[in-house]
Design a protein around this ligand. Structure first.
Ligand code: GDP
Ligand code: IMO
Ligand code: MG
Length: 420
């Protein structure tokens, strides 16, 4: 059985958590393959909202096995918080969460290095979530990292001290005050909690589950336009967020990837710095932010908002080999009289219809305007009952991307869903 991959096609926060939760009933296994606690995946049911950071979004289904893959970076302290919050809600995940031995650990000093590095960048800061993601992946590729498997090693403390001291030397280069003792204490307490979970060679486990015919969904974090290679570098995250990242982050061969579900919002948002061609800094942007409740699930920061960007969406579809599109937050556009969609950009007075290398060069987006639907669509459950102008919007996106939109999400709750 091949694995299916679900990922974000924009700058993150597309609503991946909600859709994974909706799809979860069809799967035996949900696996995260990259990123870490920079992710904030929201799920809502029975009028309660849950936000997950390290833990896959299948944990609310008892029979589902959740795997944190080798490509993920884990902060034990945040993992502990999540586990405890779930326990308070009566959900015990000890028996249905597996953690890869190859996943890297975020140390307290990684977080401090992230903050010191961002502070030193001043105006050109990335706008990182400051969860230590960049420094941890740097240590991974620099071959200095500490992995989950090291926790089982008798010289874990020695390895920890060695890396910590390396970080302390690096921190001397920054004019940055920090306090470590309390953070370290919390970190080691959290390591003890981590030990109560099963550490596995997840690449073997996943391939074995595939051979047994189990249905597996790989859950992406961040979004395609934040990919370390293909995003608007350096304003990106430090992992490969695209479909290929699922192969690397789980140990699955590319020939074993089945469907690729691309989640996108009916408009665009971005949190943090970096180019955003269709960003609206006017009243319309504020309206999208308010109606969409666009505030970060991890940091609470307001998200920048703008119209849907088709060249950027086509780029993301190409990189991921998307087989089905899933549109979220369609309800948020309900009150707009006119809706715009970007079909190309003007650069040096010329029109182009693809996302260029240097997005700062874009002078202005070229828009196609649509009549709004002026009707609340959040209670609609059938595609046929949607307003004609909304259907036109859907058809236009499908024609422009060449990929069918199979699912429309029209509210944050599990039940807000329209199949097409
Ligand atoms: P993720 O990181 O991709 O999982 O997305 P986030 O959870 O960070 O952000 C998506 C936000 O939109 C969350 O607050 C969701 O509860 C909410 N959401 C998801 N789908 C919809 C939708 O269709 N309509 C509305 N109004 N909100 C949605
Ligand atoms: P989910 O999985 C939206 C952004 C940050 C910053 C850049 C680098 O919830 O969609 P990092 O902390 O990785 O060093 O930050 O990437 N970013 C996200 N934006 N959703 C996310 O995750 C994000 N994870 C990181 O805001 O611009
Ligand atoms: Mg999010």
């Amino acid at each position: 059985m091949k694995i299916n991959v679900l990922l974000g096609l924009q700058w993150g926060d597309e609503g991946k958590g909600k859709i994974v939760d909706v799809f979860a009933s069809q799967y035996s296994v949900i696996a995260r393959f990259q990123g870490g606690p920079n992710a904030g995946h929201s799920l809502e049911f029975d009028n309660v909202k849950h936000i997950l950071h390290n833990i896959p979004s299948g944990v609310f289904h008892e029979r589902i096995l959740n795997i944190i893959g080798n490509g993920v970076v884990i902060d034990p302290v945040i993992l502990r918080q999540e586990v405890e919050e779930l326990q308070e809600k009566g959900i015990n995940i000890n028996s249905n969460l597996l953690i890869s031995r190859r996943a890297h650990l975020i140390l307290p000093t990684h977080r401090i290095l992230d903050a010191a590095s961002e502070a030193a960048k001043g105006k050109s800061k990335i706008g990182s979530t400051l969860k230590g993601i960049g420094p941890t992946y740097m240590d991974k590729t620099g071959r200095n990292g500490l992995r989950v498997g090291d926790i089982e090693d008798t010289n874990f403390m020695e390895k920890y001290e060695f890396l910590k001291n390396k970080h302390k030397t690096l921190l001397n280069q920054y004019d940055y005050d920090y306090e470590l003792e309390e953070e370290e204490k919390k970190w080691f307490e959290a390591i003890e909690l981590m030990k109560t979970f099963r550490f596995v060679d997840s690449e073997h486990k996943i391939n074995q589950l595939m051979a047994e015919g189990k249905t597996i969904l790989a859950e992406g974090a961040q979004g395609t336009l934040l990919d370390i290679d293909f995003g608007s570098y350096p304003y990106v995250t430090s992992s490969n967020t695209i479909c290929a990242g699922a192969c690397i982050g789980l140990g699955v061969s590319p020939k074993n990837v089945g469907n690729v579900y691309g989640v996108f919002k009916a408009y665009c948002t971005r949190v943090g710095s970096g180019p955003f061609p269709t960003e609206l800094t006017n009243e319309e942007g504020k309206q999208l932010q308010q109606q969409g409740n666009e505030y970060g699930a991890t940091t609470g920061r307001p998200r920048r908002c703008g119209w849907l960007d088709l060249p950027a969406l086509r780029y993301a579809i190409m990189l991921n080999g998307v087989t089905e599109l899933l549109m979220t937050k369609a309800d948020v556009l309900s009150k707009f009289k006119k809706i715009k969609v970007c079909t190309g950009y003007k650069i040096n007075g010329e029109k182009i219809d693809y996302l260029p290398y240097d997005q700062h060069q874009i002078e202005e987006p070229i828009y196609q305007e649509f009549k709004g639907w002026d009707k609340d669509i959040s209670e609609i459950g059938n595609f046929d009952d949607l307003p004609e102008s909304f259907k036109k919007y859907i058809k236009f996106i499908e024609d422009q991307t060449g990929v069918p939109i199979k699912l429309i999400s029209n509210g944050p709750d599990r039940k807000h869903l329209i199949e097409k």
